[in-house]
Design a protein around this ligand. Structure first.
Ligand code: PLP
Length: 667
């Protein structure tokens, strides 16, 4: 079962909201502008939902418009304010010089300010209001700049950290200024009382999909008397303030959510939400010793936790949680694909180490106790899995390493060769950026490090690794090193370069080509490079001569099941990392085939056996998203095994999965 803890990105639709939307689509489907009875029913629904929203938001005599979401609400508010500022300026009032926005505001705000400022030719200065380490606006700065501001934009609560703004303090800082004030209420809806009309707030946008309504419906509050310019002109709907036939299913669904908010039964109260958050916070602190919260919890929404585990990259934590079917995020959903540190945490002045490992966990106010308990249990298992796999910054368990493991960073490959029987290990070409990670692995393994080798003249990584594990260093000089039943031999190539041959089975070739290695290697020797920007993993002298293979065929779940029916001898290989395999789910296959676990970082160990398989025996790789399995399938094809496939979209798109990986499924 998926535990969805990314409610600040979006929420599922509440059952009651879904029913209301379906009914508005199938039965009460009228156009509210029609004057017949079907239309009148639709009109009545709009009026009812608007009144509900007005009560809940304390909108007083202010207007509430239905529109597509907060981004449209922000555009409309900014356009309205800037249009009014242009009119003021035309009338000779030049007080407004600045457009101010909180430095941690959602991107929709500064982008809208810049866009409309340019489009309307205002040429005002768009300036970020600094925030402190606690994520709150610098009110002294704001007070000093408010007299020259035309529009001030501050969010009620932050989407990444949950930090709740001091709206009273902001209002006091704006006293005496003629500026307009926009408050982005998206993350506060349903979690904080807003009482909009009691403050001088001019505009407040809201979004349905952050509170159990569908995507595509939102609200904009406009204070009575605040200037307004429609963004959309047309049929005159919403009192000609926002034209376009109303999104009736969205409005009906939003109405059901507001009703649930008012009935006091469907959503948890503030104290319960705080208790849930404390349970999660305690589970996190226990699972990840050293964990820090990135904003003071007592100033945050009760439904958001933003934390870092120093020494653990955010990406690793996200992969770990995702493998445990716990959906969290590194920051806002809009920037999730960019893999850059959060600008919100940077604006707060958090150290780089903390921003690089930040994770956001957020739940909605309809969360149930059992859901939180299950989430805490999975967090505990995630911590345990990290330590079992030698990935935690401290407290790791011993690990019996064996075989060849690749360490890749920015196209640089290092290789760890371990032999469990003789308890010896060797490292070749350690990338400097991964020296700490490798050192951690070596400590968990505890084997003497009999050689730290390099194929080129550069030795930065080797030196860093030696310095990190002095207690394990047992370097043996010479030209050959025993590794259990195998021997690693140096092959000198000139100009300070060399390669290392593991019994002619694998050549750690550095930057050397197959031709340079000459007769020292066989046509089937696996060549493991030091630089691998295309993630090709390995080649052989004979594959280097072959045509370059394109993408390997991808199978969707139905095609995979069909292939397995026809070829029960097929191999199915899970190329996810061991921690993902331990936590994650396996595909439920109709045919009783064996699944082999072979992480992409250790593929080299299995290649000789796979390449010796009959040409017609299929081999299918799968991973979480389909990327790593594609890399593995392409590798097999390049090395000469044509019948290699990747599971399209990975486990993420697999319809049914076994609840947890059953070790018996794996060989
Ligand atoms: N403002 C905040 C604080 C948000 O979190 C979001 C959504 O991520 C938005 C604005 C944009 O909302 P919408 O998706 O409705 O356009």
């Amino acid at each position: 079962m998926e535990i969805y803890l990314d409610a600040n990105a979006t929420t599922p639709v509440l059952d009651a909201a879904r029913s209301a939307a379906l009914s508005a689509m199938a039965e009460d489907f009228g156009n509210p502008s029609s004057i017949h009875s079907t239309g009148l029913k639709a009109r009545a629904l709009i009026d009812r939902v608007r009144s509900q929203a007005s009560r809940l938001l304390g909108a007083g005599n202010g207007r509430l418009l239905f529109l597509s979401g907060a981004t449209e609400g922000i555009q409309t508010a900014v356009l309205s304010a800037l249009h009014a500022l242009r009119a003021r300026r035309a009338a000779g009032d030049t007080t407004a010089e600045l457009l101010l926005y909180g430095a941690t505001e959602h991107k929709a705000v500064p982008e809208a300010l810049k866009h409309w400022n340019e489009l309307l030719g205002l040429g005002l200065q768009v300036v970020a209001i600094p925030v402190g380490l606690d994520g709150r606006h610098d009110l002294i700065w704001l007070k000093a700049h408010a007299p020259r501001a035309g529009l001030v934009c501050t969010m009620a609560a932050n989407n990444e950290t949950g930090v709740v703004s001091d709206l009273d303090g902001i209002e006091a800082a704006l006293a005496g200024s003629t500026c307009f004030w926009l408050v982005d209420g998206v993350q506060a809806l349903g979690k904080l009382p807003l009482r909009l009309a009691e403050r001088r707030i001019d505009y407040a946008p809201f979004s349905g999909h952050k509170l159990y309504a569908p995507k595509g419906i939102g609200l904009l509050y406009v204070r009575e008397g605040a200037p307004f310019t429609p963004l959309m002109a047309g049929g005159g709907q919403e009192g000609a303030l926002r034209s376009g036939t109303e999104n009736m299913s969205g409005i009906a669904a939003l109405g059901a959510v507001l009703e649930a908010l008012e009935d006091g039964k469907s959503f948890r109260d503030h104290a319960t939400l705080l208790r849930f958050r404390d349970q999660l916070a305690a589970a996190l602190q226990q699972a990840f010793p050293g964990l820090v919260f990135n904003a003071p919890l007592d100033q945050c929404l009760p439904t958001t936790l933003n934390f870092s585990v120093p020494g653990l990259a955010s990406r690793l934590l996200l992969d770990l949680f995702d493998a445990a079917e716990l959906r969290v995020s590194g920051g806002s959903a809009c920037s999730a694909a960019k893999a850059q540190p959060s600008f919100v945490l940077q604006a707060m002045g958090l150290p780089d180490e903390q921003t690089a490992s930040a994770v956001r966990m957020s739940f909605g106010p309809a969360a149930e106790e059992a859901f939180i308990v299950e989430a805490c249990e999975r967090i505990r298992v995630c911590g345990e899995t990290l330590r079992e796999n030698c990935l935690a910054p401290a407290g790791n368990q011993a690990l019996a390493g064996d075989g060849i493991t690749r360490f890749l960073v920015d196209g640089e490959c290092g290789w760890l060769l371990a032999d469990a029987a003789s308890r010896r290990c060797i490292v070749i070409d350690p990338p400097a950026a991964l020296a700490d990670r490798l050192a951690q692995q070596l400590r968990c393994q505890g084997y003497p490090l009999v050689a730290v080798l390099q194929t080129g003249p550069q030795s930065e990584g080797a030196e860093a690794l030696r310095a990190a594990v002095p207690e394990l260093l047992a370097e043996e000089t010479g030209e050959a090193w025993a590794l259990g039943r195998q021997t690693l031999r140096r092959l000198t190539l000139g100009e300070g370069r060399c390669a290392y041959l593991l019994d002619q089975r694998v050549a750690f070739a550095g930057r050397a080509t197959a031709a340079e290695l000459g007769n020292a290697v066989l046509p089937a020797t696996l060549l493991a490079p030091a630089i691998d920007t295309d993630n090709r993993i390995a080649s052989t002298p004979s594959s280097a001569l072959a045509r370059t293979a394109g993408p390997a065929p991808s199978l969707d779940p139905a095609a995979l099941q069909a292939l397995l029916r026809e070829h029960p001898e097929a191999l199915v290989i899970d190329v996810r990392e061991p921690f993902e395999q331990r936590l994650g789910q396996a595909p439920t296959l109709e045919t009783a085939v064996r699944i082999e676990a072979m992480p992409i970082s250790r593929l080299l160990n299995a290649l000789p056996a796979w390449l010796a398989m009959p040409a017609e025996q299929p081999i299918v790789f799968f991973c979480r998203s389909g990327n790593r399995s594609q890399v593995a399938a392409q590798l097999l094809q390049r090395l000469g095994h044509e019948r290699a496939y990747s599971l399209a979209g990975g486990l993420a798109l697999w319809p049914q999965r076994a609840a947890v990986v059953d070790p018996a499924l794996y060989v």
